[in-house]
Design a protein around this ligand. Structure first.
Ligand SMILES: [Cu+2]
Length: 120
């Protein structure tokens, strides 16, 4: 005679339901203000514009060249950035000004073209 013992297995349901409410912040940080437009255009009118650009020490100036080639040669002085030599058309080239001063420059292709960057 065999007696069968029925073991009751109690299963306890530990319902650990993780809420999926990853509250995505709807308050994205405001975009930073656009950088100052420290740009000098070497134009097809054979002028640099603006003729005088004022920037703060440490800022970068972008020289943009139109379809007519130009270059930028700085007067020799301490703190002047590297010249932009050659015949540059359709490009933009950056130069950083680290020291206060007035930096005059000319285009060697068109000697009548000149301008200055005043670094404060
Ligand atoms: Cu030129």
């Amino acid at each position: 005679m065999f007696r069968f013992t029925t073991q009751l297995v109690f299963v306890s349901l530990a319902g650990a339901l993780l809420g999926c409410g990853g509250g995505y912040g709807s308050m994205a940080p405001a975009p930073p203000p656009p950088p100052p437009g420290n740009t000098i255009a070497a134009t097809n009118a054979i002028v640099f514009t603006p003729a005088t650009l004022r920037v703060s020490a440490g800022q970068t100036v972008t020289f943009t060249f139109g379809s007519i080639g130009h270059n930028v040669f700085f007067a020799t002085q301490a703190g002047a950035p590297a010249d932009i030599s050659g015949d540059n058309a359709g490009v933009s080239i950056d130069r950083q000004f680290t020291a206060p001063g007035t930096y005059n420059y000319t285009c060697h292709i068109h000697p009548s073209m000149h301008g200055s960057v005043v670094v404060q």
